[in-house]
Design a protein around this ligand. Structure first.
Ligand SMILES: [Cu+2]
Length: 555
């Protein structure tokens, strides 16, 4: 029998003549490019609709910040022998968190449909998204995460598996704290994470700003994250100091104040049962689509905003949906960071295009609106199944949230800097190896280099202190893959043969690969040793085997 890919490649010649999708083309033209060839699309996903809800009833939820604990209260105490370089970077901030089952109010019109008055979920400390980790470079962090979820036999959640491992995406973290998919613990146990809070190669140009943490359980990442196990993390340093009044020379003075003018927003699309609980089809390996967009686990929320600049850290939390987000009045915003990494210069755009696990920091200036005005945030990216976007634009767009401009005479000490963070130098002379990673589909599952995830197989073993060029290719013509590589940020040298420009001229950790897209990425491997993974961040593809292990080994 012919592989499905061979059949679909009948349309590949035409696909090659269409513009690149996610790379090389400036926004917003990118969104009008053809994404998945019509002949490659399988049938429309047929799932029931969620119960109706009223839009813009729920306020946007701002997750609390993770609360610190006294290290003396940790029992047993942290074991330095479990961690690489613990003594080099002794933790100065300690946290303890408990993963619990909860009934969460996604929307009052859904909560009212069941006797628990909430939608069943799993959350870090019982909130969805979990508490935000706010950290600073130079101040190492220790987090103990307890699995207090019910045993598999006892949970009323009909999907997900209550063993957990937590990935702080995409921190420069030693393997034993990275949430490796096999480093899971069952209910009743805990796992300790040490975040050294160091720049890669001790270079401030390598700073990360907007991160998130989420479950990475082998085979159950999609369902566990969908259940609620995702949260944000924010890293500051002297440049991006989190203080818009910072008087020090060089401080960027971006809009600041966690949850006030510096607001993380994570998107998850969710489908709800007639009882108002999240619904999930475990037998669909193409990808899962919800029919409601949630931001910070609220369905179509609103946010009251003052007439000034805001920094929004926007994350696509998956499991499978790609977005093109735009303001309802078609006005522009400034992208300041791609995948959580500050750009050299802000880029003005009328929309942002993102796939699962991509992040964009944007600055929106609401001083242009009159008090009492409202502006919607819309998603105009069409999906008809979970494999990837259809290539068509939705008109009208799907409602995501609404900003309500209030009457206020507010100070705005923030600025939109002309220049932000320098990109690290790419030293091609240090390249010692080239590798290729082909993302494809075989025997009903998703493959990389023809293989399924097997944690006992080491697919690459780059040496510490070296650099390599990794080519990543989407071999399919009918689907998209957000390819993710742990531990290091990569620099795209070529996206379908062209140098990346605009918002794509950045350090990245998730690459949206449309049909037949190919990228060449520069990587270095420093500071820690051990096991990491490359995988598709369409979590349904990931769980259906699209992941490989690679290790950093001593030089
Ligand atoms: Cu994929």
């Amino acid at each position: 029998m012919a592989k499905r890919r061979d059949v679909l490649k009948a349309g590949a010649a035409a696909a090659l003549t269409t513009p690149a999708i996610f790379g090389g083309v400036m926004l917003p033209e990118v969104a009008r490019a053809q994404l998945c060839r019509a002949e490659g699309l399988r049938t429309q996903q047929t799932e029931h609709d969620s119960p109706p809800v009223r839009p813009y009833i729920e306020p946007l939820f701002i997750p609390p910040t993770l609360h610190r604990v006294n290290p003396a209260a940790l029992s047993p105490p942290p074991d330095p022998n479990r961690h690489q370089r613990f003594e080099d970077f002794p933790p100065v901030k300690f946290y303890e968190t408990h993963l619990k089952q909860v009934y969460w109010n996604y929307h009052q019109d859904l909560s009212s449909l069941n006797p628990n008055n909430g939608s069943i979920g799993w959350g870090y400390d019982g909130v969805l998204p979990g508490p935000t980790l706010v950290a600073r470079y130079g101040e190492a962090v220790f987090v103990r995460r307890h699995n207090d979820l019910p045993q598999a036999a006892d949970t009323p959640l009909p999907f997900g598996y209550p063993a957990i491992t937590t990935h702080l995406h995409n921190a420069h973290t030693a393997t034993e704290s990275d949430g490796y998919p096999m480093d899971f613990v069952e209910p009743g146990n805990f796992w300790d994470h040490h975040y050294a809070m160091i720049y890669a190669r001790n270079n401030p140009d390598e700073a990360l700003a907007s991160l998130w943490y989420h479950d990475h359980m082998i085979n159950f990442t999609a369902t566990n994250v969908y259940s609620g196990l995702s949260a944000m993390a924010i890293f500051y340093d002297d440049l991006d100091s989190g203080d818009e009044r910072d008087k020090r020379h060089g401080a960027l003075r971006l809009p600041s104040g966690y949850g006030k003018y510096d607001i993380p927003m994570i998107l998850h699309d969710v489908r709800f049962t007639t009882q108002g609980h999240p619904d999930y089809n475990l037998f669909n390996t193409d990808g899962h689509l919800g029919d409601y967009m949630t931001i910070n686990r609220k369905v179509m929320p609103f946010l009251k905003v003052e007439r000034r600049k805001y920094r929004f850290r926007i994350y696509d939390g998956g499991p499978s949906r790609f977005y093109e987000l735009m303001l309802g009045d078609n006005s522009t915003m400034f992208v300041i960071a791609n995948d959580g990494n500050l750009l050299e210069e802000p880029v003005e755009v009328s929309s942002i295009v993102m796939g699962p696990a991509n992040r964009y920091d944007v600055v929106i200036d609401f001083s242009r609106y009159r008090p009492g005005q409202s502006v919607e945030l819309l998603n105009v990216m069409e999906h008809i199944n979970g494999m990837g976007p259809s290539g068509r634009r939705l008109d009208p767009g799907l409602r995501v949230m609404r900003f309500d401009v209030i009457d206020s005479n507010v100070e705005d000490n923030s600025q939109l800097p002309d220049f932000m963070r320098r990109l690290p130098r790419i030293d091609l002379d240090s390249v010692v190896a080239h590798r290729e990673w082909i993302f494809d589909h075989d025997m009903g599952l998703w493959t990389i280099n023809g293989s399924f995830m097997d944690p006992t197989v080491i697919s690459a073993a780059p040496k510490q202190g070296t650099a390599e060029i990794w080519t990543i290719r989407n071999a399919g013509s009918g689907w998209a893959h957000p390819a993710h590589i742990h531990f290091e940020e990569g620099r795209v040298l070529e996206w379908n043969g062209r140098k990346p420009v605009g918002v794509l001229n950045s350090r990245k950790d998730v690459y949206m690969l449309g049909p037949n897209d190919e990228i060449k990425v520069f990587y270095r491997f420093d500071d820690f040793l051990g096991r990491y993974v490359i995988h598709c961040h369409n979590n349904v593809h990931e769980d259906n085997a699209m992941m490989l292990r690679w290790d950093i080994v001593p030089s």
